[in-house]
Design a protein around this ligand. Structure first.
Ligand SMILES: Cc1cc2nc3c(=O)[nH]c(=O)nc-3n(C[C@H](O)[C@H](O)[C@H](O)COP(=O)(O)OP(=O)(O)OC[C@H]3O[C@@H](n4cnc5c(N)ncnc54)[C@H](O)[C@@H]3O)c2cc1C
Length: 492
């Protein structure tokens, strides 16, 4: 633990004011009962859902939610597409949680920068790591660093206003964009690029992205997957939106659909419905001869093996796959498809942030069993968690994408987080976590942290700026400006 760090975090501890500060934040009640003090690291869905559950089920618990950014909500704010405002309604529930008097929101404070895990564990009875999975996977193929080869993560961060991505300036001067991966994130990017700017204007997409998209030349978006239509990762809602997009036609490759129609009766229900929709769209795709400017082109059975280009990407070379027991197996056939911009969308991964986190580098998540962080990593294929005595780090948990890996939607994250929060409550109730003394929590005074009131000031300013343009909000992307607004509100 770095001494400088502690001085920064707890400047008042060494001053005469310390007694007052700690007695207020230490949470021992007048009867002497020690209140469980819990720190949640990361204010995304996992953080808010674990907090919500613990508040309800663990009496007297006091929760600090610590967030790296000055603003809360994680990927609900920076991932969910701007034209899906209904998905963002979860923010109302998160706000109720944050406004519970037993919760403190401490924005603009980072694990790994402002404090270490050891410091948090000293100052709280339990620590929950919910800081998500913010890196993206790479393909590991030649020329992946060519200009105009981006990740969907960066592209989404750009249009959604994640600080640090406002100057990404994706080159939209070419006529085609290729998305590598067929999950819903890739479809979100396709839809945003192919949507009419008039429709996007009414959303909370950033003004600079709207302006760039209004000058975009992109007419064709390829959505490339290594397996077939029966394994497509996008869901029916996202596909329907693409099929309904104005001024855009979905063009399938008929060859990708051999034997697909006849397999429909045997498919399980959700897969059956999406396959029926795809087959119907394939059948009807030549029905209209109207000139439609833009096209969305799903391409199946292709894995990228090389990016071609000198000063920027000009084409992607693919190997043609066949399916063997549901797996993509490369054939010796190749196909090269020209493109001027590429976004890989092949998943996210978490990073460790602290040497004391037992981290699975291969999977990109914290080693945990149902949310309890493991002391050791399992070795050997026949070893199970039950073979290890003293398996868990007492009072240390992980939930959300950091724990499960980056899969599933907000609802999946909610279920996982409620489950982990339940373990936390049981560990307190069963005395696994001993309430043998009060814990002080972080004292953020002296640091430019953002309180919930500070966030509300940022929120109000974003809504004000948005209303001037007929949008729900115009997101601030400059951390300095955010801090000025928040700190000004906090001191007044
Ligand atoms: C592009 C995209 C679009 C999506 N769209 C949808 C959708 O439409 N519908 C849907 O249901 N699901 C959607 N999802 C999935 C959904 O966003 C996730 O299920 C959910 O956000 C995971 O929650 P989380 O809390 O684990 O992670 P996150 O949402 O990533 O939250 C993690 C939080 O931790 C913070 N943090 C990071 N590092 C630190 C640190 N060092 N110290 C303190 N805090 C830190 C981050 O800033 C962030 O606020 C989408 C995902 C992506 C990537």
């Amino acid at each position: 633990m770095a001494l400088g760090m502690i001085r920064n975090i707890f400047p008042l501890m060494r001053s005469g004011k310390v007694g007052h500060k700690i007695s207020r934040s230490a949470s021992s009640s007048s009867t002497g009962t020690v209140k469980p003090r819990i720190c949640i690291v990361g204010a995304g869905p996992a953080g808010f859902y674990t907090a919500q559950y613990i508040l309800k089920h663990l009496e007297n618990s006091q929760i600090d939610i610590v967030e790296k950014l000055p603003v809360p909500f994680g990927l609900v704010r920076f991932g969910v597409a701007p034209d899906h405002p209904e998905v963002k309604n979860v923010i109302n529930t998160f706000t109720k949680t944050a406004e519970n008097p037993r919760v403190r929101f401490l924005g603009n404070l980072s694990l790994g920068k402002d404090f270490s895990l050891a410091e948090l564990r000293e100052r709280y009875h339990a620590v929950l790591l919910t800081y998500g999975a913010e890196q993206d996977n790479t393909l590991g193929i030649p020329n992946e660093t060519l200009p105009n080869v981006l990740s969907a993560r960066e592209f989404v961060a750009w249009y959604n206003g994640l600080p640090g991505f406002e100057n990404l300036n994706p080159d939209l001067s070419g006529t085609s964009l290729t998305l590598l991966g067929q999950g819903n994130v890739a479809v979100d990017v396709a839809r945003i690029v192919l949507s009419s700017v008039d429709d996007l204007k009414k959303t909370d997409i950033t003004e600079y992205a709207l302006e760039a998209l209004s000058r975009s030349n992109i007419k064709t978006v390829h959505l490339v997957g290594r397996r077939g239509p029966l394994q497509a990762a996008f869901t029916i809602k996202e596909l329907r939106e693409m099929l309904k997009l104005t001024n855009c036609k979905t063009k399938w490759r008929v060859d990708d659909f051999h034997h697909v129609e006849e397999s429909i009766p045997d498919l399980p229900r959700p897969r059956k419905r999406i396959t029926e929709l795809m087959v119907k769209s394939v059948t009807e795709q030549n029905a209209t001869t109207a000139q439609i400017e833009r096209s969305f082109r799903p391409i199946f059975f292709r894995s990228p093996i090389n990016f071609i280009g000198q000063t920027k990407v000009e084409a992607v070379e693919y190997v043609v796959n066949k399916l063997v027991e549901g797996r993509a197996v490369a054939t010796d056939q190749r196909e090269t498809i020209p493109t001027e911009l590429v976004c890989r969308s092949i998943g996210y991964r978490a990073i460790s942030l602290d040497n004391h986190i037992n981290f699975n580098e291969k999977k990109g998540c914290v080693n945990n069993a149902g949310g309890r962080v493991l002391k050791q990593t399992l070795t050997g294929s026949d070893q199970t968690i039950d073979d290890i005595e003293d398996k868990y780090e007492t009072g240390l948990y992980a939930s959300g994408w950091l724990a499960t890996g980056p899969t599933g939607v907000i609802l999946t994250t909610m279920n996982n987080s409620f489950g982990v929060a339940d373990l936390v409550c049981r560990d307190f109730q069963n005395n696994v976590i001993k309430l043998n003394g009060s814990r002080a929590g972080i004292d953020p005074s002296g640091m430019p942290f953002v309180s919930w009131n500070g966030w509300k000031a940022i929120d109000a300013e974003e809504e004000r700026r948005g209303s001037l343009q007929g949008k729900p909000r115009e997101k601030l992307t400059c951390i300095k400006t955010m801090l000025e607004i928040a700190l000004n509100a906090q001191t007044n």
